[in-house]
Design a protein around this ligand. Structure first.
Ligand code: NAD
Ligand code: GLY
Length: 360
């Protein structure tokens, strides 16, 4: 097992990464003072891993209440949140009882928001079970739900007390989900870690084949990058926004197609190609570098073009982005590979050209 740290003064926490960590409830013990915990999962993950976790918690004397939500991005909404509140209130769940998220980013985000708001805040523990959640969403404290008018529009910054990433759980992850998670891994290389990008270019097949050592390395290097960014800018007043490479276009794709039709990572992949193309049109990335980015996503089996929603629709949806400031859409673009910037100064014509060239 490897342990990394997110440094946020009194809210610092460890990220444990390794195999069979579901059986290591002892790593959570310090955060479950009253020997009660609530585990929130979904109809896909619970049958696979809930029993193992509940037994592991029992072995340290902790009784669990379980809440099982329907599976899917389309359920990351107010209704599911109310299901959680109803269950917590009915069971008289108390302020010191932690909520444990067992699942991917959807379960992590919604559980985190429930934890941030139930009784004005209860302890929160992340046990991510997808690549995407192990490398990105479980770390950094962004929690929330979708609104019909925009993705992740309702939420809170609320840090977990500990993250337990059990790489064994990835064995059951569908290939499509594995690939979607790798989109966020590639992101770290593109925005701030060129040597990691080069490592990914050399090792992408190993990751796709679920080579244990390669997965462990990619997860820990991604978490290290994320921990550094979050430690420096928890509330996204600067550098953290760079983690949204590909997300401005990506969220427009997810929303425009209807939540759940495109996986988040797939939309981020197509969105990242759009951001790379726009960076080229801005005179920053060379055409060969855009081709290099496209090739890596293609080898990963991810989409390299967005759906044809039309420039107007893309722009309308992108106008809902949380980075919009003074009515201006701000884009994360690449000055060079491994070096991202945020800019609101994108000529309309270039944006329209990118949308046209990168949607099919
Ligand atoms: P997800 O949570 O929907 O999980 C993907 C699918 O895999 C689901 O069907 C799930 O039930 C299933 N699954 C999960 N673990 C499994 C396992 N071990 N074996 C088999 N099946 C398993 O999707 P995701 O890609 O993990 O997360 C996407 C969500 O994360 C989006 O809502 C996105 O907005 C959010 N996100 C949040 C942050 C953040 O910082 N909070 C960052 C990135 C993405
Ligand atoms: N996934 C983007 C962030 O955590 O800031």
């Amino acid at each position: 097992m490897q342990t990394l740290h997110v440094g946020l003064a009194e809210r610092s926490y460890p990220i444990h990464i390794g195999s069979s960590l579901l059986s290591r409830a002892d790593l959570l013990m310090a955060h479950i003072p009253q020997k009660r915990a609530v585990v929130i999962s979904n109809t896909t993950v619970a049958p696979l891993y809930m029993q193992q976790l509940v037994e592991s918690l029992k072995s340290i004397g902790v009784q669990s209440q379980t809440i099982i939500l329907p599976d899917g991005e389309q359920y990351k909404n107010g209704e599911s949140l109310n299901t959680i509140y109803d269950a917590l209130l009915s069971a008289h769940s108390e302020r010191s009882t932690p909520l444990i998220a067992l699942g991917g980013g959807v379960i992590g985000d919604i559980t985190g928001y429930a934890a941030a708001t139930y009784l004005r805040g209860v302890p929160f523990i992340q046990i991510p079970t997808t690549v995407l959640s192990q490398v990105d969403s479980s770390v950094g404290g962004k929690t929330g739900i979708n609104h019909p008018l925009g993705k992740n529009m309702i939420g809170a910054f609320y840090q977990p007390l500990v993250v337990l990433a059990d790489t064994f759980t990835l064995d059951t992850l569908p290939d499509k989900e594995l690939r979607a998670g790798i989109a966020e891994v590639i992101k770290y290389g593109l925005i701030r870690d060129l040597p990691f990008l080069e490592w990914l270019e050399a090792n992408i097949e190993k990751l796709l084949a679920r080579d244990t050592a390669a997965l462990q390395y990619a997860i820990s290097r991604s978490c290290q990058n994320k921990a550094e960014v979050v430690g420096a800018d928890e509330r996204e007043s600067g550098e953290r926004a760079l983690l949204n490479l590909g997300h401005t276009f990506g969220h427009a794709i997810e929303n425009g197609m209807g939540y759940g039709v495109w996986l988040h990572g797939e939309a981020v992949a197509a969105g990242t190609i759009m951001a790379a193309d726009l960076s080229h049109r801005m005179g920053w990335l060379g055409a060969d570098e855009v081709a290099r980015v496209r090739k890596l996503f293609e080898r990963t089996g991810l989409p390299v073009a967005g759906p044809k929603l039309g420039a107007e629709k893309y722009q309308q949806l992108m106008g809902l982005d949380k980075k919009v400031s003074n009515g201006k859409i701000r884009f994360v673009l690449l000055k060079s590979l491994g070096n991202a910037v945020i800019t609101g100064d994108v000529p309309q014509t270039l944006l329209a050209q990118t949308i046209e060239a990168c949607s099919a």
